[in-house]
Write a protein that binds this ligand. Structure first.
Ligand SMILES: [Zn+2]
Length: 107
């Protein structure tokens, strides 16, 4: 895991508990300095999911086989696209984790 600045330092974000979250390297690198994304369903530009102020289950769910994250809201769908949360590498890993009983997480 890496430390992600929810509001990027390049956009004035501070290194404080409230502005930091744990993110896997892939999500962190694809997020880069983004704070918004585009919902593929509506085309709307929307803020990305904020794990400090929003609940994961309000914006995301797992596909029936638990290999893909599905967006329930504009924020969820835009975040999935921006962070490439369903890239082929992670989908294969989730499939293996599911077989091992490590996935999906409770929340
Ligand atoms: Zn990730």
């Amino acid at each position: 895991m890496t430390h992600d600045h929810i509001q990027p330092r390049s956009k004035g974000g501070e290194t404080t508990f409230e502005n930091l979250c744990l993110a896997c390297r892939s999500c962190n690198e694809f997020k880069a300095d983004s704070t918004t994304g585009i919902d593929p369903l509506s085309g709307e530009t929307t803020p990305l999911f904020n794990p400090r102020t929003q609940r994961w289950s309000d914006h995301f769910t797992w596909s029936s086989d638990a290999t893909k994250v599905e967006g329930l809201t504009t924020i969820g769908r835009a975040t999935i696209v921006c962070l490439r949360m369903n890239n082929p590498v992670i989908v294969v890993a989730r499939r293996r984790w599911t077989v091992s009983g490590w996935h999906p997480p409770d929340e």
